[in-house]
Design a protein around this ligand. Sequence first.
Ligand code: WT7
Length: 633
Amino acid sequence: MNNYTIDSNKKYLELYNSSTQSPEKFWDKLASNNFVWNKKWSKVVDWDFKKAKISWFKDAKLNITVNCLDRHVIKNPQKTAIIFEPNNPNEKHKSYSYSELLVEVCKMANVLKSMGVKKGDRVCIYLPMIPELAFSVLACARIGAIHSVVFAGFSSNALATRIDDCESSLIITSDGSYRGDKILNLKQIVDDALEICETKQKVLVVKRTNESMNLKHERDYLLNDLIDSVNDVCEPEIMDAEDPLFILYTSGSTGKPKGMVHTCAGYMVYTSYTFKNIFQYQPEDVYWCTADIGWITGHSYILYGPLSNGATTLMFEGVPSYPDFSRFWQIVDKYKVNQFYTAPTAIRGLAKQGDDFLKDASLKSLKVLGTVGEPINEEAWEWYDNNIGKNKCPIVDTWWQTETGGILISSIPNVIPDKPTFATKPFIGIQPILIDDSGDELNEANIVGKLCIKYPWPSIARTIWGNHERYINTYFSAYDNMYFTGDGAFKDDEGNFRITGRVDDVIIVSGHNLGTAPIEDAINEHKKVAESAIVGFPHDIKGNALYGFVTSKDEINDEKLIRKEINNLISNKIGPIAKLDKIQFTSGLPKTRSGKIMRRILRKIASKQYDDLGDISTLLNPEIVQEIKDNSI
Ligand code: WT7
């Protein structure tokens, strides 16, 4: 039986059962039949969740770019691999066929080599959504360098932390980036970051906006000066299945970001398989995911998943609101996009603009719609279904995480029916379960619990860069022999999962995963601030927005000014995405007797659920609750 294509519910059930009953047999066959290997594995999977030791396809040899490029160049060299749609609709778009893309990747790979980058070195990529971003990522993979893409909306401080953490030796950036009618000077941000970095870097600069910039002698190099003198062939580095492919940072509940490490073989197999089936990609389709490659969604479902399937994938440099709110739909019509994958925050933002922006859109080409990043509310789901899908496109609500590498829970068009606000069923090989507060598995239906996964899947992260202890503690120590997701979920009586949200101190704002601790650290640097606590509260477009409770060291005369300064600090330390919508000054924060801030109470106040504060009598300072309630914003 061909186990690669899932085209009916019957087939899904058969494959699901065999993948969970005999996982080794299942993945052995799937991986053998559908990818190019230089050498086969000695063992399909080896794992010990206690020590967080996981390996897939042990001892196998491969290069992921051979699977994403070379094999398609042999079969179908002229097929379009990447379509690049610029920020400005008047600028001509570009497309790259598989054979052109291979040449670009090889050239970039040879530039990296000429700058001294070797297998295992870390390369930090800080670029806008331009074709060179794709070339850079794939060029690293080609030569076995580990890429660490940092979203180009992060501040210089956040960039510096990420550079130092993985001790990269090279940063790839651009002079500037276009976002709507704004230009961001990326090179300046990199210069600022390097002022505070401890590790020594070289900088490779791509020209995009022609901003003026300073090039530092023997540190900064222009891509244009190097690219013409390199060869356009670069033999792929033969990688071990478990060699790291990339590091991608994600926020945690505490302190510094976690550099999640993904490895070559398992990541390739799982992202490829999920892409093909969850989007039901057919050979002539044009697929578009609106995410930025700086997030895991872009890694897995703009680049590696689509390219390993020989798909046509669209990269959009701009924003949904520029030149106006019809931009997404114009792009869908321009390229006859068949699969469209975006985030609930974008859907809500566009729905709010009204249907005028849709009146000239045909949207006839669309077959499948997708959403990712946070729970989607019913209203947004219905709007998406009615106005974009015209009630004929299945909606895949795909639940997953940076740590999981690929989608773990989702419906599948014409295979697993969608259900508004439910991610629905586990993908092949995935064994989700719900756990109650005492750590027991919940077997009944219609119940909420903490979402855990029982058995490893090929694209699970292998470690946190430089901190395996933290990896064990965060994901494998809460419950025995299980991966703990940090999310809560509800399961209905048909086995459909609905994700209810984070159960830890991570808040999802506009689909961005933000930890409260680093934001609080940034606020606490303000000279007037004594202590702070951040919670999320419901927001019409962003899903959640941030509410900060701040105590000060001395009297605050100009609250407006301090609020502004606090948000500037956050912008500087993390990036504008982490700014607070509301800041309330208070004389104290509710604390337990052991001194822990009771965020539960603050969360209720922030979402105006004043009557539902629970028992506050055990607090160290119960009287503060009334004050905070009275002054809440
Ligand atoms: C967290 C992971 C996976 C790519 C984007 C985010 C939330 C993600 C859904 C969904 C409800 C979702 C979860 C998860 N989340 N997708 N379909 N429904 N919640 O990756 O930044 O690692 O964030 O995003 O809370 O744990 P990430």
